[in-house]
Write a protein that binds this ligand. Structure first.
Ligand SMILES: Nc1ncnc2c1ncn2[C@@H]1O[C@H](COP(=O)(O)OP(=O)(O)OP(=O)(O)O)[C@@H](O)[C@H]1O
Ligand SMILES: [Mg+2]
Length: 183
């Protein structure tokens, strides 16, 4: 493994074992990795646009979505994280907490507990807090939240970046990572 990755602020570093799950052994820079991931996400989004599953608010769908977004690049896509990170629950808690979250989110939708955007943001926040996967949790959670707004609530997606690229380090990313308290 020749790749040595530098991470933007708020990114979850991969451990050597997770890096070994890279399906393209020839890449050496983060730029190349970004491109491969971006292509994979684009194909995942095309899958998402065509797919007709109704069980969006289920752990099973959340897992499949992660696999579709990252599975061409990482062999652990769609598999729960096995190591601790600086963010996220204890790895042994992931399965139960993800199921609890989806049960709650289904309840919120059925009982109109929150306005759509608030429900989506709560789902996003708890998904990132659980941090089910080794990497890609931020992108997965944002796409998951938008999918719930579209398919479950029939409303517009969230404008996460206001045109900026969150992958790049910048004011917008810093504000996103810091959250409301930081602004
Ligand atoms: N200190 C922190 N406070 C709040 N959220 C954090 C913090 N560190 C990481 N995060 C969250 O974790 C996400 C990064 O997790 P991960 O690297 O698994 O996802 P990603 O999709 O690769 O990254 P990104 O969200 O940057 O596209 C961030 O988007 C943010 O939501
Ligand atoms: Mg990351």
């Amino acid at each position: 493994m020749t790749i040595k990755l530098e991470y933007p602020e708020g990114a979850t570093p991969l451990d050597p074992n997770e890096l070994g799950g890279l399906k393209y052994k020839h890449i050496t820079t983060h730029g190349e990795l970004d491109e491969l991931e971006q292509a994979n996400i684009a194909s995942g989004l095309r899958w998402l646009a065509r797919m007709r599953r109704k069980d969006i608010l289920s752990d099973d769908f959340a897992i499949e979505l992660h696999r579709r977004l990252f599975g061409e690049v990482w062999d652990w896509a769609g598999a729960f994280r096995q190591t601790g990170k600086n963010i996220g629950v204890d790895p042994i808690q992931i399965g139960i907490q993800l199921r609890d979250l989806m049960d709650d989110a289904r309840y919120w939708a059925e009982h109109k507990t929150y306005p759509p955007k608030e429900a989506a943001v709560r789902l996003h926040h708890r998904l990132v807090f659980i941090h089910p996967f080794s990497n890609g949790n931020g992108r997965h959670a944002r796409i998951m939240a938008d999918t719930v707004l579209d398919r479950v609530y029939g409303t517009e997606p969230i404008d996460w970046t206001a045109g900026a690229d969150l992958q790049k380090i910048g004011e917008r990313r810093t504000a996103y990572i810091a959250g409301p308290e930081g602004s």
